[in-house]
Ligand binder design. Structure first.
Ligand code: FEO
Length: 173
């Protein structure tokens, strides 16, 4: 049976992951409005990944005999000063999500809930990747800022991102 405090923390995390998808779809719409469809594609793939995170947490709560309780999702921003400002927010947001993931692991260790501690390891590793890919985009946007046509070329590169469904979600999505 899932400890109540851990259940509450994971339910909060489900809300945070859905907000992440919400935020990234909003950013995708911003990039569409700038005719930067590659950036939009990258963010839509990111939003789909966030929903796979939701799915993992949702299944885990149920697998442990807990109860998923959904709550309201805040409205995301809809405009940014520049493509760089948007991706700086992606990075900032992912750093905050890493903090939440770490808090759940800390709580699991405090409660001696080894199953949750083990489950959270996947997210600990995932957040390293999430921060790295956001930071890479920020660094590239800083570079292209000084290059004629650079944003157009980077947009084409961002368009190549593919959505990879985790093996445990095959047949679910
Ligand atoms: Fe689900 Fe981007 O963290």
């Amino acid at each position: 049976m899932l400890n109540k405090d851990i259940q509450d923390a994971i339910n909060k995390q489900i809300t945070a992951e859905i907000y992440s998808a919400h935020l990234y779809y909003s950013m995708a719409a911003y990039f569409e409005s700038l005719s930067l469809k590659g950036f939009s594609h990258w963010l839509r793939v990111q939003a789909l990944e966030e929903m796979t995170h939701v799915h993992k947490f949702f299944s885990y709560v149920n697998d442990r005999g807990g109860r998923v309780l959904m709550s309201a999702i805040d409205g995301p921003p809809t405009e940014w000063q520049s493509p760089l400002a948007a991706f700086e927010q992606v990075l900032e947001h992912e750093i905050s999500v890493t903090g939440l993931v770490n808090q759940i692991l800390d709580l699991a260790l405090e409660k001696r809930d080894h199953a949750t501690a083990n489950f959270m390891q996947w997210f600990i590793a995932e957040q390293v990747e999430e921060e790295a890919s956001a930071d890479e985009a920020v660094q590239k946007l800083k570079l292209v800022d000084k290059t004629e046509g650079g944003l157009f070329l980077l947009d084409q590169e961002m368009d190549k991102r593919t959505f990879i469904l985790p093996p445990d979600l095959q047949g679910v999505f």
